[in-house]
Design a protein around this ligand. Structure first.
Ligand code: G6P
Length: 627
């Protein structure tokens, strides 16, 4: 969850590293730090608590204090880190980079070293000095590397290999050494926490925790696998496998456009990403839905018809917002492909002994493709011989690389920590997959597939209509932003959208919210209803419409306030709810794509009105690469 960038080349590293950290800040913003090596092989370390802006302000003060000449720090080799705290509070001493006791090595790290306490005790017993003590596990990495280089006289890469043999846990590590100043050494341990190597123009190389950090500089990238080490020099990179042998690795050309990751004219990334959705949905559908034939073409799904026919059960695993998409997937796959579907959190699945066989299909949904619990679930499914399909947004991410089949979300880079466009894009992917499975398995009639796919093609335009109507959200936010709790109700395929609405509000506004199936209202939550608890009810025209309306009536009978999300043309709902937001008519299975949009806009406007940091809510991170 921490962000890492490193540079070695012929340019000044500082501006490249700071710009890279800006693009990585969504991964964590508890502290930021940089380390550069200057022409005299001396390290320069700067670290600040809190957001990157604190670090850049401190650097600017340094520049000004030197009469504003040149850069605050010079050097053509360096690295930076933005932290999401796991071990130790967000303090300056816990901020990365961490250095060895003799200032010979500096290290940045993403992950968790599970045996760091034991390693630290061993080092202390050997007389190692933890004067610059932090509470982090990472500090041990710097000590061990330095020990192996200065005491055991190993090269930096040999020291890194030795280190990998000593540590347990998950780690993406990047290290610099004063004695080998023309190198960056990086390593990856376990499948959590990616390491991507970028090939720059001429004599420069990059390393990062993820693609967007270096995308403005290069599209040519290579991904490290677990146990591998890479040594970067100005001239290129050498890769080593787990056993220390030199290997060649594939270069991937990344097509994502860096420009689309920029904020454009919007105030927040999240706002931009909400408005990106018509385009993201178009891109996700494009080339895949054949309305005439009533079939779906999924380019990275290469199972044979016999393999698909043999599937007996589907398990969907995911976390957070992606888990809500998974719950919608259950409705879609059960109805269209007539397969039983179970939906589980990655974090729960991995510690059960789930009943999975080679005739089961595991669908992993993950925007980032790096969520450690979801990756562990994939590993468990593979271990039990099941086939795995990953629904992923980030091209080349771990979940994409280890899956047997991939369905990309095509949402483009999502920077706002709270997921928006990746959610609706993953629901589109699930519609496509459900139709695909239904057709290949011969249980979905061509006519039904045609009409659903035709409706799907119209969805981006309908989504654009929904988000164009945005004034109402600010009005509601003005009236309700100070409420302490919200209740979200939905039923059937829109119940997961109620959960997602509640999650969005919690994440962004720090307001307590609960999502409930509307039918469960009377079994408990109704006791909460009074005039201080706003209720958001999704009451679109589908087969459970009447049931949701009766839940609205139960709320109104107890003086509750109701915002209904209803279908355009519903003339009755206005008399029942206090406020109505309409979404256009679509196929009942596609309503979640449209009803999710008011959920996103409502929480966005409430968060803005409450003065919250919309793009980087407190305590959260975009991709959770630790348990
Ligand atoms: C974090 C993010 C959520 C996201 C979840 C799963 O908790 O804050 O927005 O839904 O991780 O992420 P994934 O990348 O696996 O979809």
């Amino acid at each position: 969850m921490c962000g890492i960038i490193g540079y070695i080349g012929d340019k000044q590293a500082l501006p490249i590293i700071i710009a890279g950290l800006q693009r990585l800040e969504y991964r964590g913003y508890d502290s930021a730090g940089i380390a550069l090596i200057d022409g005299e092989s001396t390290f320069h370390l700067r670290r600040s608590v809190g957001k990157l802006s604190n670090l850049t302000a401190a650097l600017e003060d340094e520049r000004v204090s030197r009469q504003g000449k040149g850069l605050p720090l010079e050097g053509t080799v360096g690295m930076g880190h933005t932290r999401w705290a796991t071990h130790g509070k967000p303090t300056e001493s816990n901020a990365h980079p961490h250095r060895g006791p003799q200032n010979q090595v500096v290290v940045v790290h993403n992950g968790i070293i599970e045996n760091y306490v034991q390693l630290k005790q061993e080092l202390i017993a050997q007389g190692y000095d933890f004067t610059y003590a932090s509470e982090t596990d990472t500090e041990v990495l710097a000590h061990l590397l330095e020990k192996h280089m200065t005491h055991d006289h190993l090269s930096m890469e040999q020291a890194m290999f030795t280190l990998l043999g000593e540590i347990k846990g998950t780690a993406a590590i990047v290290a610099l050494s004063a004695s080998e100043p023309d190198k960056i050494v990086c390593a990856r341990l376990s499948n959590a926490g990616g390491v991507v190597i970028g090939y720059g123009e001429g004599v420069e190389m990059f390393v990062a925790s993820d693609i967007p950090a270096i995308l403005p500089h290069t599209r040519k990238m290579t991904f490290l696998d677990s146990g591998e080490v890479a040594v970067l020099t100005r001239q290129g990179v050498t890769f080593y496998n787990q056993s220390g042998a030199v290997i060649s690795k594939e270069i991937t050309i990344i097509n994502t456009d860096a420009i689309t990751a920029a904020k454009g004219g919007f105030k927040h990334f999240m706002q931009k990403e909400i408005y990106d959705q018509p385009q993201a949905l178009t891109d996700t559908i494009r080339g895949r839905a054949d309305v005439v034939a009533g079939t779906v073409n999924l380019e990275n799904l290469t199972f044979t018809p016999a393999e698909l026919a043999a599937i007996e059960k589907v398990t969907i695993v995911a976390c957070g917002t992606s888990w809500h998409a998974g719950l919608i997937g259950k409705f879609l796959i059960e109805e269209l492909a007539r397969l039983p579907v179970e939906v589980d959190y990655g974090s729960e699945f991995r510690y059960r002994d789930p009943i999975i066989t080679s005739n089961h299909l595991l669908i992993a949904i993950t925007q980032s493709g790096e969520t450690v619990d979801t990756l562990a679930a994939i590993e468990e499914a593979h271990h039990k011989q099941a086939k795995v399909v990953s629904l992923v947004n980030v091209i080349g991410s771990q979940a994409a690389r280890v899956a047997d089949g991939i369905i990309y979300m095509q949402a483009g880079p999502e920077i706002g920590v709270a997921s928006t466009k990746a959610f609706t894009a993953s629901v589109v992917d699930l519609v496509l997959l459900a139709v695909y499975l239904g057709r290949v398995r011969g249980v979905l009639k061509a006519d039904r597939a045609r009409s659903l796919l035709q409706s799907l093609l119209e969805i981006p335009k309908l989504a654009a209509d929904v988000i164009a109507e945005n004034k109402v959200y600010d009005q509601i936010a003005r009236a309700k932003a100070q409420a302490h709790d919200f209740l979200y109700l939905g039923r059937g395929i829109n119940y997961p959208v109620a959960l997602e609405g509640a999650l969005k509000l919690k994440e962004l506004s720090y307001v307590h919210a609960e999502g409930y199936p509307a039918g469960e209202l009377k079994h408990g939550p109704i006791a909460l209803i009074d005039d201080g608890l706003p209720v958001v009810a999704i009451a679109v025209k589908d087969k459970v419409y009447d049931k949701v309306v009766s839940a609205i009536e139960q709320v109104k009978a107890r003086d509750g306030w109701v915002l209904a999300i209803a279908t355009a043309g519903d003339t009755e709902i206005g008399a029942k709810a206090d406020k109505v937001i309409y979404v256009p008519v679509t196929d009942p299975l596609l309503y979640p794509i449209l009803t999710a949009l008011p959920m996103q806009l409502l929480s966005y406007y409430i968060a803005v009105r409450r003065g919250c940091d919309v793009d980087q809510p407190r305590n959260l991170a975009k991709s959770v690469t630790v348990e």
